[in-house]
Each structure stands twice: as structure tokens, then as C-alpha cells.
Write a protein that binds this ligand. Structure first.
Ligand code: 5GP
Ligand code: ZN
Length: 130
């Protein structure tokens, strides 16, 4: 019971700080409502393996703040973008990736309306599925 109350209190704080959206799957991953193994977490960003990988290495790098897409980013979110790239750099270094791709989907190509960057690496990337 106490555990549940603590979870709800933390979730309420996150909800305000990061403009968490109730119906957003990545917001639910950020708050822990949907369990996920983070491969990286910083104050502003989480990263986790894509559930449906199209390459040997396929991580999603996600700002905790609910930003919808590259088309809705504002100047005040520059630090969130920088933080995403810092996490990408760390994952690239930690996993010793000597060749990698970073990709954003947008418009009809974007399926989850919460900004995220794909980090892809490995011999074969199946771009048709991205
Ligand atoms: P988009 O097409 O929006 O750029 O990519 C969304 C990505 O999120 C897809 O590659 C999809 O496999 C991944 N994805 C969707 N739902 C989940 C989920 O619940 N957990 C994880 N780990 N990945 C997800
Ligand atoms: Zn969201």
C-alpha cells in the first residue's frame, strides 16, 4: 500500500514536470506505469530497446518531457534535445558501436506521438520497417 502511494506521488510529480500525457505509451514507460528495462536514464531522458527491432542494435532515446514530434519542438526544449544526444553518445561509446545511424520519424512515418530518436547499428538495418 505504501509502495503504491509512493509510486502515485512520484508519478504526480513527473506528470507536472514533464507534461506527462495519460494516453501516451512512452509517457507510461517514463513513469514506470509500463515496465521497461532502461539501458540509460538521465534527469531528462530514458533509453530502452525497441520492442520490434529492425537491427541488431535498436534503442529508442526518449525525452521524459512529452514533446510530440520534431515539428512541435520549441526553443525552451533545446536542453532536452541536447540531453537525448548525450545519451546517444554514451550508448554508442558503451556499446563500442563503430558504425551507427540516428533517425527520427515524422508525419505518417511516426507511430508513437512522443518524440524519440532511433539508434540503429549492426550489419543489417531493415529500413522498410522503420
Ligand atoms: P516510430 O514509427 O514512431 O518512429 O517508432 C515507434 C517505435 O516504438 C517502433 O519502432 C516500435 O517498435 C516501438 N514501440 C512501440 N511501442 C513500444 C513499447 O511499448 N515498448 C517498446 N520498447 N517499443 C515500442
Ligand atoms: Zn508522451
Amino acid at each position: 500500500m505504501i509502495k503504491k502511494a509512493k509510486f502515485l506521488a512520484k508519478e504526480a510529480q513527473l506528470r507536472i514536470k514533464y507534461m506527462i500525457s495519460k494516453d501516451c505509451i512512452f509517457c507510461k514507460i517514463v513513469t514506470g506505469e509500463i515496465k521497461s528495462n532502461f539501458v540509460a536514464e538521465t534527469e531528462k531522458v530514458v533509453a530502452f530497446a525497441d520492442i520490434n527491432p529492425i537491427a541488431e542494435v535498436h534503442f529508442l532515446i526518449v525525452p521524459k518531457k512529452h514533446i510530440e514530434s520534431v515539428l512541435t519542438i520549441s526553443d525552451s526544449e533545446a536542453s532536452d534535445l541536447m540531453a537525448m544526444h548525450e545519451v546517444a553518445k554514451k550508448l554508442i561509446e558503451d556499446n563500442k558501436l563503430d558504425a551507427f545511424r540516428l533517425a527520427y520519424n515524422g508525419g505518417r512515418f511516426q507511430h508513437v506521438p512522443h518524440l524519440h530518436m532511433h539508434l540503429l547499428a549492426g550489419k543489417k538495418i531493415d529500413w522498410r520497417k522503420l
